[in-house]
Design a protein around this ligand. Structure first.
Ligand SMILES: Cc1cc2nc3c(=O)[nH]c(=O)nc-3n(C[C@H](O)[C@H](O)[C@H](O)COP(=O)(O)O)c2cc1C
Ligand SMILES: [Mn+2]
Length: 497
């Protein structure tokens, strides 16, 4: 399947798949759209295209709100498939034999094709507004929650350059609208855009792309190492390069097929109060100082569509963006933590609060080694609690993990309290950015770890299971409760009491 070229092809695909509803009734981007969207997201409902959000520009929301749509966005059957394609490249071995060599060349070509491609012109520059014409009020920017300080642009791709290397970064950092031609720039303390800003002196060019093909939009939220261009990942996942056009007023290239681009600058040390904002932690983040983004040009398609997302108490639409990252980055994490079998970042843990890991354990203290590895890996380093289980435990089955934690942990021996950097938005630690970390080792323990002989798990013999399978009809119990799934459902009912 050819890559989705832009937001329009994506909307057309969603419509063909019965995954989009158009709303022609006039709705208010001030709170009303949030309440509508929140109900639809929580019900696993469709993407919504508000055609009349008190603006001449329609507003698209909930494009990423279900697993199916996230897979459609990435052009995969399962989120793991996207990760596996990256894993294949990461784990490439020198090919042997002709078939392997041809396969290897294909993989190399897929990397070569990932590099963004410059083009002369693009639909995003059909309309160019500069000077007094710039007006963010033209866009249906949402005020998401009652306590929000102002309207916030919530689904942007913020493009900057590293002043030393010229390397590009694309990050999803929300923008609080401060007036017709200014916003706040909420890049948090650990993020690449902020690192570029700290290295810049004086004025720094910034461009913000809105309304992208869904892969490129997703990659703005991907936690890549600083020197890796998010548009490379977009090109790799799309199987086609992202097309870029020279911005009109700043020294940056911008996605040619975007709906809207904001061009402008950030002056070093010009800060403003940002927030409060109803955040993905489920709480309002309090006001804090962030840089001001001056918008000097607004370019767009003639009938540009404005993209938005509402975050809040999880689960919200961003859950599937996070799950995509969890799956896509698994092979890369395994490159440096090879004993890691799988991991899960529970949505309720807002992704940075909790990480469940299963490992193939072959020596004492390995669970603690993995905890420290997680606390040393990219943005995973912000993880507050790490739970480690054995390779046979399904980390996506929270009841199973809970069972292992309760059964296998001696709190005196298996709890590791550490400290380190915490997520910018975490309100729990006494000091912002820095505080305690919790590691729970719920793996089986050997004598070298101070444990008595570890007991065997209970399991019926295969022979008797087969016998009961065969004879089940004879018992006259009916077929409501058969096999493992049935047992689990019974357990669920028990737990709900
Ligand atoms: C919907 C959504 C909104 C986000 N808003 C912000 C934000 O306002 N500030 C921020 O620093 N990160 C935000 N993030 C997370 C970053 O996009 C993510 O950490 C990404 O890795 C940043 O890019 P970078 O690694 O190049 O800095 C958001 C993520 C999503 C999915
Ligand atoms: Mn980055």
């Amino acid at each position: 399947m050819a890559a989705l070229r832009d937001l329009r092809e994506w909307i057309a695909l969603l419509e063909r798949e019965g995954e989009l509803v158009r709303i022609s009734a006039e709705v208010d981007p001030h709170l009303e759209i949030t309440e509508i969207t929140d109900r639809v997201v929580k019900a696993g409902g469709p993407a919504l295209l508000f055609e009349n959000p008190r603006s001449s520009h329609p507003l698209l929301i909930n494009q990423f709100g279900t697993e199916r749509r996230m897979c459609l966005a990435l052009g995969v059957e399962s989120l793991d498939e996207a990760g596996e394609r990256i894993g294949e490249v990461l784990e490439m071995q020198p090919p042997e034999g002709l078939v392997e060599k041809v396969r290897g060349l294909k993989k190399l070509k897929s990397i070569a094709d990932s590099q963004p491609k410059g083009v002369r012109s693009g639909p995003v520059q059909e309309v160019v507004l500069t000077g007094d014409e710039v007006d963010l009020g033209l866009l249906p920017v949402q005020t998401c929650w009652p306590g929000d300080a102002a309207p916030f642009i919530t689904l942007p791709a913020v493009i900057t350059k590293d002043p030393r290397t010229g390397g590009r970064n694309v990050g999803m950092y929300r923008l609080q609208v401060l007036g017709p031609n200014a916003t706040a720039m909420h890049w948090q303390i650990h993020k690449d855009g902020r690192a570029d800003y700290l290295l810049a002196d004086g004025r720094m060019d910034v461009a913000v792309a809105l309304g992208l093909d869904p892969v490129t939009a997703y990659t703005a939220s991907a936690p890549l190492p600083k020197h890796v261009d998010e548009l490379m990942l977009a090109g790799f996942l799309r199987g086609e390069p992202v097309e870029l056009v020279q911005a009109k007023t700043v020294d940056l290239e911008v996605p040619a097929n975007a709906e809207i681009v904001l061009e402008g600058y950030i002056a070093k040390d010009e800060l403003t109060e940002e927030g409060p904002f109803g955040d993905h932690t489920g709480y309002y983040t309090p006001p804090e100082q962030f840089p001001v983004f001056h918008v000097e040009a607004m370019t767009m398609r003639r009938d540009a569509i404005y993209p938005s997302i509402v975050v809040g108490k999880p689960p919200a639409e961003d859950a599937w963006l996070g799950k995509a990252t969890e799956r896509i980055f698994l092979p890369a994490i395994r490159m440096s933590v090879p004993e890691l079998v799988d991991y899960d970042l529970p949505v309720a843990g807002a992704f940075h609060n909790c990480c469940l890991v299963s490992i193939r354990k072959s020596y004492p203290g390995q669970a603690q080694k993995v905890m420290h590895a997680i606390w040393g890996l990219g943005l995973l380093s912000l993880t507050k609690a790490v739970v480690v289980v054995d390779e046979w435990v399904d980390v996506h089955d929270y009841e199973e993990v809970f069972f292992r934690v309760c059964a296998n942990v001696d709190p005196q021996r298996d709890i590791l309290l550490s400290e380190g950097p915490l997520d910018h938005l975490d309100h729990a630690p006494t000091r912002q950015f820095y505080g305690g970390k919790l590691g729970i080792d719920a793996t089986h323990k050997g004598p070298a770890e101070g444990a008595r002989p570890w007991p065997e798990e209970i399991r019926m013999s295969d022979e008797v299971r087969r016998l009961v399978d065969e004879r089940w009809g004879e018992y006259g119990i009916g077929d409501a409760v058969v096999g493992d799934d049935g047992r689990r459902e019974a357990l669920r009912q028990l737990l709900r009491r």
